[in-house]
Write a protein that binds this ligand. Structure first.
Ligand code: F6R
Length: 255
C-alpha cells in the first residue's frame, strides 16, 4: 500500500499536520496547483493556513487553486456554492486569485461542456500538485458516490441520500441539489500528491473500508490505494475502525 498514515492526537492536530503539509508544498513551489476540498473537515486546516499566512510564515498568493466539485444549478455568487465556500475560507484569507487556477461553474448552461472545460483547465495548469480531500460516510471521494467509475473524468453525478442528508445544513429550508459536478476518480488520482483528512467516529467505517479493505468500487476512496503518494491524517475516532495492518503504515518522513 502506498498510503502514509499519520495518527494525530485530536482533530486540532489533524489540522496542524494537514496545514503544515500543504504549506510545505507551497513553500517549495509558490505557484503550486492546489486542489481544495470543501466540507466541514478541512475548515480547521484552512484556519491554520490563514494563521500561518497572517504570521508571515506562508505566502500563498501565487498558488493556482482548483476545486473537487460544485453543486449543479448553484452559481458561484450564491453563498451555498462551493466556490463561495472556497472564497470565504481559502481564497480571500490566503489572498489566492481564483483566476490563476480553475474552478467549476455550477450554473454553466451546458454542464457537460463545463466538465470538459474544467478538465482542459487542469491540463493547461500542468496537473494538480497536491489535492486535499475529505471522505464521505459512504466512502465517497469528492462526489464520486459508490460505484462511480474508477477511471472517471469530471462529470455530472447524482448525490447519494447520505450525502444530501449530511449537506442539508448548507441549504436551510431548501432541498440539497440532487446533482453535482465532480472530478472523477481518474481525475483525482492524477494529482501528484493527495492529502486525505478525516475526523470523528462517523468516518471510522469509511476510513477502514478505504484503507484496510480491498480496492472496491463500493468504497470509492479505496481507489486511493492505487495512488503512489497519498498521505492520510486521522484523529483517533476516525482511525478507530482500522486494523493493526491498516495502522502499520507508520509515521512517514517529510513529504
Ligand atoms: C467536498 C467533497 C466531499 C467531502 C465529504 C466529507 O469538496 O468533495 O467529498 O470531502 O463529503 O465532508 P465533511 O468534511 O463535511 O465531512
Amino acid at each position: 500500500m502506498s498510503v502514509e498514515l499519520l495518527l494525530a492526537q485530536d482533530a486540532a492536530e489533524v489540522a496542524e499536520i494537514a496545514a503544515a503539509a500543504l504549506a510545505e508544498v507551497v513553500q517549495a513551489k509558490p505557484d503550486a496547483v492546489v486542489g481544495f476540498a470543501t466540507g466541514g473537515t478541512p475548515l480547521a486546516t484552512y484556519r491554520r493556513l490563514t494563521e500561518l499566512s497572517m504570521a508571515g510564515e506562508l505566502d500563498a498568493s501565487n498558488v493556482r487553486p482548483t476545486a473537487l466539485d460544485e453543486y449543479l444549478g448553484v452559481p458561484g455568487d450564491d453563498p451555498r456554492s462551493f466556490r463561495a465556500y472556497l472564497r470565504r475560507h481559502v481564497l480571500d484569507p490566503l489572498r489566492v486569485h481564483e483566476d490563476r487556477g480553475v474552478l467549476l461553474d455550477g450554473a454553466a448552461a451546458d454542464p457537460i461542456a463545463e466538465c470538459e472545460r474544467f478538465e482542459r483547465g487542469l491540463t493547461a495548469l500542468g496537473g494538480v500538485d497536491v489535492q486535499l480531500v475529505g471522505i464521505g460516510r459512504n466512502g465517497h471521494l469528492a462526489f464520486n458516490e459508490p460505484w462511480a467509475a474508477a477511471a472517471g473524468r469530471t462529470h455530472v453525478r447524482a448525490l447519494a441520500k447520505t450525502t444530501r442528508d449530511d449537506n442539508a445544513g448548507d441549504f436551510p429550508g431548501d432541498p440539497v441539489p440532487a446533482l453535482a459536478l465532480t472530478q472523477g476518480l481518474g481525475t483525482i488520482l492524477e494529482a501528484r500528491t493527495i492529502l486525505l483528512v478525516a475526523t470523528g467516529d462517523g468516518k471510522a467505517g469509511a476510513v477502514a473500508a478505504a484503507l484496510d479493505g480491498p480496492i472496491d468500487l463500493a468504497c470509492p476512496a479505496s481507489q486511493l490505494q492505487r495512488h503512489p503518494r497519498v498521505r492520510v491524517v486521522l484523529d483517533p475516532e476516525a482511525a478507530s475502525g482500522l486494523s493493526r495492518r491498516g495502522r502499520g503504515a507508520g509515521i512517514p518522513s517529510a513529504w
